[in-house]
Design a protein. Structure first.
Lengths: 477, 295
């Protein structure tokens, strides 16, 4: 009787719901699915209807390109969609897009260290177009420094055009160094070699408190700069591994004692290359000079505001008299994907943003200090303005003066592996020098670099000869 | 007819999940297994190598470096983290602790911050010369303030374990708290009457009472530790740290697949990791007798 009463009290809808085979929950789930489905039908995911799509990882790049896209659209009547994608995400997203052949952008900017990975495989299957014919046809090759294309050239094809060239200078604490040198009747510009630099500044060294140069021994940042300054590199033309050649050995033999020497033999130190410690160390005068590619100069400006008017830039001291006064670090390329519907249109936009308005390059230089490889743009006033932060130096002119000397950097799909193995070698050599000093150090360096290089060679040896005539694409699949 | 309908209804409700799983779960799993038998360089460049990737992996020193680092992290995490979590849970389960809900929230709160923020925070805390930890160690024990936690090979793993400890101790504490609250209080009363002390009660009442949860947390922590990637990647500046001291198996997978471009080898690394985790979990279940109990 009670049950019957309760049944009546439930009402007809509740009774029907309770009578559902598996209760109310599945019905709710189904209902939610239906509502979500209907919502998506009414509000479909935004798909770009642009004629060109472009991905970039630099926020300042994106701003400049969006502005350029407006001009380009007005001229060409073609719509351009510029998307800003996180630095790390752009590589994964691009790789996934290329694998799935879905949503591949027409143009994409990628960082130098990741570029080589995209150039692997048969030449005609690489995801990017060979831009060499375009560069030759439009006379762009004469407008950029000779070594700027080396990074993005693989088996004779140019898969990307350089956004930058990144010459390296030396940033130093003018407020500390200049008065000291003046007392000795010297100027920083006169220190033409590293030997002179360390000798003349030695009086500034205070163990554990002040060092002459920031050199991080935990990664390859400084080593690669020194290596390239000496004409070396991890890879040579054609992807030939050369990380254990004589230049690399000599660079290691020279660099490690600077940071691992005992007592006043240690003239360089570091707190970090990347995190705020680097800037704090510079601000506190823990080191009085640091290697400074153009992009790093803007980071120093941003994160070490206290050093306003206290820093200056000079060309790197050379390894030997008459040697190279700069090096190279970092880089970004712009590629046009092989699947671009209208490669000619994509190239026109690429030209617009990379070799178009000098004013646009000038604006970007004002905010990033990054020097464009396009000589035509170097006449823009932005490159010739004195910068109060840098003791009123015209830093644009300083970097431009070194642009043609920037050594070539050769990329490879095995670059990340080579860098990782190089890091291991640097750390091992540092530890060895700390514990044993110069005794047997040279033999150790040779052995250590060779073992790192052998590891990379073993990986490279696994790589099939994709361009061999008997190679069958998708073999076995 | 109605019986027929009621039999098919569950399958209809399950169909969306099963379809989604087949497309987004099962297919990629099988595809990656197939892919692990190839050297690849983009979708149109694949060469069948059979078990070549696996054989190469077994003699790849970097893989073993990654394995050693990952295992160290997992061991450090489980051995340090879980007793600490359990200890905190026992402490904060006591009714006589004032403001215990506040403490529970405080210990759990690192989990709400997200890995990226935590990594940035610890980059500052662990910074040499100017970091909080070095300053504290210098002030308390006179240790050098220039200790480079994230750029000295021997200190990278302790630093990672320390950060993980801060992040996950409170999280695991919540599991243990829930388990402790499900232990029958009458058992403690009976044990007290029988003259059992605190340690004896913990050993003979608490531990058996929370055993299923304990095993679950151990297995989950081990699996989570073996999947370590973001924390190390972010703390070490998007890399594997000095001398590869922070290279983990998943990071090695990422380097090969997404930086190097060989998704075949990366898949082989992924499958090897999956096999390792499975094996380890089975061993843990076997040792703890979980499978036998259920059987």
């Amino acid at each position: 009787m009670q049950a019957k009463n309760a049944d009546t009290a439930r009402g007809p809808i509740r009774r029907r719901l309770d009578d559902m085979p598996l209760g109310l929950a599945p019905l709710l789930i189904a209902g939610m699915g239906l509502i979500a489905g209907l919502y998506l039908l009414i509000h479909p995911v935004h798909r770009s209807k642009a004629d060109l799509s472009m991905w970039t990882f630099g926020a300042l790049h994106a701003d400049a390109y969006k502005e350029a896209a407006g001009r380009f659209e007005a001229q060409s009547g073609q719509k351009v969609d510029v998307q800003l994608i996180n630095f790390n995400a752009v590589n994964q997203k691009l790789r996934s897009a290329l694998w799935a052949a879905v949503n591949v952008p027409d143009l994409v900017e990628i960082e130098k260290s990741a570029a080589g990975g995209f150039f692997r495989g048969p030449l005609d299957k690489v995801g990017f177009l060979d831009l060499k014919p375009y560069l030759e046809r439009d006379g762009i090759l004469d407008r950029i420094p000779p070594n700027a294309l080396a990074t993005y050239t693989d088996r004779g094809a140019v898969f990307g055009v350089p956004h930058d060239i990144h010459p390296v200078m030396l940033a130093y604490r003018a407020d500390i160094v200049d008065p000291y040198l003046a007392r000795r009747g010297k100027r920083m510009e006169e220190l033409a070699t590293w030997d002179e630099f360390f000798r003349e500044l030695h009086g500034l060294l205070i163990a554990d408190q002040r060092y002459l140069l920031q050199i991080e021994h935990g990664d390859d940042f400084a080593f690669q700069i020194f290596l390239m300054q000496r004409g070396g590199g991890l890879f040579g033309p054609g992807g030939r591994l050369r990380m254990d050649d004589e230049t690399a050995v000599q660079t290691m033999l020279w660099m490690i004692p600077l940071v691992a020497g005992s007592g006043d033999k240690q003239v360089a130190a570091s707190l970090s290359n990347w995190d705020p410690s680097f800037y704090r160390g510079f601000i506190e005068g823990y080191y009085v000079a640091a290697l400074c590619p153009d992009w790093r100069s803007s980071q120093i400006q941003t994160f070490a505001r206290e050093l306003h008017g206290k820093l200056r830039l000079v060309p790197l001291p050379a390894p030997a008299p008459g040697g190279l006064r700069t090096s190279q670090k970092g880089g970004t390329m712009l590629g046009i994907s092989r699947s671009a519907e209208d490669p000619e249109l994509a190239w026109r936009f690429a030209k617009e943003i990379y070799y178009g308005s000098p004013r646009q390059h000038g604006q970007l230089f004002r905010t990033t200090n990054i020097l464009t490889p396009d000589r035509k743009a170097w006449g823009d006033p932005a490159y010739h303005e004195p910068r109060p932060y840098w003791c009123n130096q015209k830093i644009g002119e300083e970097y431009i003066a070194l642009a043609d000397e920037v050594p070539p950097f050769y990329s490879s799909g095995f670059l990340p592996t080579a860098v990782a193995k190089l890091n291991e070698a640097i750390v091992s050599c540092y530890a060895r020098y700390r514990s044993h000093g110069a005794d047997g150090f040279e033999a150790f360096v040779r052995r250590r670099l060779k073992s790192s290089a052998d590891y990379v060679r073993a990986q490279m040896a696994r790589e099939p000869d994709w361009d061999a005539p008997d190679w069958d694409a998708k073999e076995g699949s | 007819m109605r019986l027929q309908a009621s039999r098919t209804t569950p399958y209809l409700f399950m169909a969306p999940f099963i379809l989604s799983f087949l497309i987004f779960g099962a297919y990629p799993i099988i595809r990656s297994l197939v892919l692990s038998l190839y050297i690849t360089s983009g979708p149109e460049a694949q060469r069948f190598v059979g078990l070549g990737n696996y054989l190469y992996l077994l003699q790849d020193p970097d893989f073993w470096t990654a394995f050693r680092n990952t295992a160290t992290f997992a061991l450090g995490s489980v051995v340090l983290q879980l007793p600490l979590s359990l200890g905190l849970a026992i402490l904060l389960n006591r009714p006589d602790i004032r403001g215990r809900n506040v403490f529970r929230f405080i210990f759990f709160s690192p989990n709400l911050m997200g890995l990226v923020f935590s990594a940035l925070l610890f980059m500052l805390i662990l910074a040499p010369k100017f970091g909080l930890l070095n300053a504290a160690l210098h002030a308390l024990f006179g240790l050098p303030a220039t200790t480079r936690w994230l750029s000295t090979p021997g200190l990278v793993m302790p630093a990672l374990i320390m950060v993980a400890l801060w992040l996950y101790t409170g999280f695991n504490m919540v599991y243990f708290l829930a388990a402790l609250q499900s232990v029958d209080t009458e058992l403690y009363e009976a044990a007290t009457i029988d003259g059992a002390g605190r340690w004896s009660q913990f050993w003979h009442v608490t531990l058996p009472g929370i055993k299923p949860v304990l095993i679950f947390v151990v297995v989950l922590s081990t699996i989570g530790s073996f999947q370590l990637f973001e924390l190390a990647f972010l703390l070490l500046g998007n890399g594997s740290g000095p001398d590869q001291a922070g290279l983990t198996i998943v990071m090695y997978l990422y380097q090969n697949g997404f930086l190097g471009g060989d998704l075949g080898y990366a898949s082989a690394i992924g499958w090897t990791l999956a096999a390792m985790v499975l094996l380890l979990s089975l061993v843990q279940l076997r040792i703890t007798g979980m499978g036998r109990e259920e059987a």
